[in-house]
Write a protein that binds this ligand. Structure first.
Ligand code: URA
Length: 241
């Protein structure tokens, strides 16, 4: 693991600001290889640092899965309303860089939302090049027409103000007003706009999978950390179920 100044480590991982680091050291809350840290500017291996008896959290980078409840926006600005960041540990937001969402869900959409402090992961999981499949459970306001299956699969549906048509998407009709839609891209409000373009309003939207990742037993508002070491492989890790 990399060697850095202790105060840089403590601020990078959200324990305190660099100027507050001396206070933590003086208070005896920081140990290096089990011995009390001496000074905020000592050079240390991040893997050797404990704060309040615990190792530094996610030193390689943080990746977590949140079960997003309805009513929360994917914004860092509290003026936009209740934000999903209120549901996460405050220390994650003090990391530098802070955690951010991998893509966004609308305020009323529920389900799988990934958060990370690693920019390369955001790229990896949102880039159309990687075609990470996302599954949405969709409820609409009137009975579905099986013709939508072929239309969405064709890869020809052109949404207003988009340069390119939607990529082929798999629609499975579950019952009269409910369907599963699998997308490999993420245009703005894409699910709602795809249905609206054909005259259906989406009344409920829930993302049940992102790549191989599902909610398992997470309740709305709960999160779980994911093993970071395998997170660049967005499709094959069994640990992600
Ligand atoms: N598509 C939408 O329309 N809304 C979401 O929140 C996600 C996908």
């Amino acid at each position: 693991m990399p060697v850095s100044r202790l105060d840089q480590i403590l601020s990078r991982y959200g324990y305190c600001s660099r100027s507050e680091a001396a206070g933590l050291v003086r208070a005896g809350r920081v140990t290096i290889h089990g011995a009390p840290a001496k000074a905020r500017d000592q050079k240390v291996d991040v893997g050797a640092v404990n704060v309040d008896g615990k190792a530094i959290e996610c030193p390689e980078g943080l990746l977590a899965l949140l079960h997003k409840p309805a009513g929360y926006v994917c914004s860092h600005d509290p003026q936009d309303g209740a934000t999903i960041y209120e549901l996460l540990p405050a220390q994650w937001l003090r990391r530098n860089p802070p955690v951010t969402t991998i893509g966004r869900l609308d305020k009323d959409t529920t389900g799988v939302l990934l958060v990370t402090d690693v920019g390369a992961l955001v790229q990896r999981w949102t880039s159309p090049k990687h075609k990470v499949p996302k599954i949405y459970e969709v409820t609409v306001d009137r009975d579905l027409d099986p013709a939508l299956v072929g239309l969405f699969a064709a890869g020809t549906l052109q949404l207003k103000e988009e340069e390119k048509p939607c990529k082929p998407a798999r629609l499975e009709i579950v019952d009269e007003r409910r369907a599963l839609l699998e997308l490999t891209e993420g245009m703005y409000h894409q699910v709602k706009r795809m249905f609206a373009s054909q005259g259906w309003n989406v009344t409920q939207l829930h993302r049940s999978r992102f790549g191989e990742l599902g909610l398992a037993d997470l309740k709305p508002g709960e999160w779980r950390l994911l093993p970071f070491s395998q997170s660049m492989d967005s499709k094959t890790s069994d640990d992600f179920h």
